[in-house]
Design a protein around this ligand. Structure first.
Ligand code: ADP
Length: 197
């Protein structure tokens, strides 16, 4: 059975501060295709062709032909941008948002960091435009695209906390951590955020 939001505690239950933000964020260990939320965000490639990692898992769960047919209509996607498809009957999710993260070789430049933030911002903008209230993100770019986990967790935590401080539409963001290192890093950076409250 896929996990539901009701079963996943928010960070407010852990930190007991900043309810407006932390009661809308969860960190969840698992496979993003095993979760029921309004929308999941895929770390796609610029051809939207389906690939390995989380992209492959989502395409497999969706049924490759169906999802590829929907993706083909977009004729690709730029780095930092995102497109939206149906949920393809994956766990009653309503939509799949496909974003293309930056590829990092060596150290992170400001441009790559802005690209990563753009992935999260554009995905949330598209989610809101489409009436999505709960959105699950995989750790975009931190797999084969080589973005360092620590910088990504720090950057994403900063962006999402600022976003949620100003947004009234999104009810829950689930940060899906497939690797323990990402779970630890998100917990560390959200604890630092909580400590400022
Ligand atoms: P990218 O090409 O953007 O780096 P990857 O798929 O290689 O994308 O990795 C992105 C993140 O997704 C990594 O943290 C990886 O461990 C994670 N991941 C891989 N499979 C899954 C899955 N089924 N559900 C959630 N996260 C996953």
């Amino acid at each position: 059975m896929p996990a539901t939001l009701a079963e996943i505690p928010t960070l407010f239950h852990k930190f007991r501060v900043a309810k407006r933000v932390l009661d809308r964020v969860s960190i969840w260990d698992g496979d993003i295709t095993n979760l029921t939320v309004d929308a999941i965000v895929n770390a796609a490639n610029s051809r939207l062709a389906g690939g390995g990692g989380v992209d492959g898992a989502i395409h497999r769960a969706a049924g490759r032909n169906e999802l590829q047919a929907e993706c083909r209509k977009y004729n690709g996607c730029a780095v930092g941008d995102a497109v939206i498809t149906s949920g393809c009957n994956v766990n009653h999710i309503k939509k799949i948002i496909h974003t293309v993260g930056p590829q990092v070789y060596g150290s992170v430049t400001d441009e790559k960091r802005e690209n990563l933030i753009a992935c999260y911002r554009t995905s949330l903008d598209i989610a809101i435009e489409n009436g999505m209230k709960s959105v699950a993100f995989c750790c975009i770019s931190t797999g084969v695209y080589g973005y360092p986990n620590d910088d990504a967790a720090k950057t994403v935590t900063k962006f999402l906390t600022e976003f949620l401080e100003n947004d009234d539409q999104i009810e829950r963001i689930v940060l899906v951590t497939f690797l323990q290192v990402d779970n630890e890093l998100y917990n560390e950076y959200f604890a630092k955020y909580a400590a400022t409250k």
